[in-house]
Design a protein around this ligand. Sequence first.
Ligand code: PLP
Length: 368
Amino acid sequence: MFRATRAEVRLSKIRNNMVKIRHTLPETVKLMAVVKADGYGHGDAEAARMAEQAGADVLAVAYLNEALRLRSKGITLPILILTPIYPQEIMFALEHDLMLTVTSAEWFKEMRAYRHHSCGKPLKVHVKLDTGLGRLGMKTREEWEELVPWLKADDVIVDGFYTHFATAGKEDTTFMKRQYSRFLDMMGWCEDSGVHVNLYHCAGSAAALRFPELAMDMVRIGAAMFGFYPERLVSSVRLEPALSLYSSLMQVKLLRKGECIGYDNSYQAKEDEWIGTVPIGYADGWSQSLQGTEMLVNGQRVPVVGKICMDQLMVRLPGPCEPGTEVALIGAQGEDCITFAELAAHLGSVPQEISTAISSRVTRIYKE
Ligand SMILES: *Cc1c(COP(=O)(O)O)cnc(C)c1O
């Protein structure tokens, strides 16, 4: 079935980005590829395969169903689930060889009732610490002391101990340094308690690229694999986005001066104007908040005018154009390029919000 609106994913870019990142880090540092949210919208298994080819040691996803989906697609690398799963779901994790994030003794207590020992496999966990993001993790020594007996059980392997930074992409490093030093203190808890931990890790993309000295035993790379990183603050590598988004004009019409288009008459022509309809809307993940951004038609920038509809939107063209003319929504056309960065700036958000929002209605076309 043909639809003009399609996302093109260049697999070699994902692989090359990961290879470049690998080279900025000491060789002993392990590489975890974070492919949650369908590989930041690029395809989970496709991204996982490219990461593996580039030397990734481990994968991570946010939720259990994402991990199961990767397994069902034949992905065999170890997978860490970054959000605690429900204790009731423990057997899925054991059967599919998944590593779990734990943040409390309570979880272990509840989980016991659901764990069948017949499978005989040890449970691999990564303990998550909250050093200032305030999202998930243990904060206090008391919480840790309660967890210790559970971690020391024969059938539990503490594969990791980790935290996540709140401000790694910000120029000011004060808060990040505070989180880092808090984490170093917490690492001391493991030694004091005699809990053996395989891997300590704290850095996501921005921290790993800006401060390789914070890499510890492993870095968790998501955004940067897809070319999203704080370019201004990173001089060691140049990464490239892998996804571009194209469509084509469905209909072109002349709008007379004073006529309105769009829901709620949201745009009124100031003079006679050529308007093109593009078959993409907010149900494809092209948010109404992107009204006022630009696209490329024949290599020229054209503004999105009027409210973005569920399935279509309108652009103001410099003149008459053939229906079927290609429209670049993200990526290059002619000499110009619409970047994730400019769209994200318009939204007051980050590039990965745009790539993850592109819905399943938009076919991903994979190219080497
Ligand atoms: C999503 C996530 C990452 C990856 O972050 P990027 O900035 O995309 O590299 C790393 N760690 C945790 C805990 C995450 O949730």
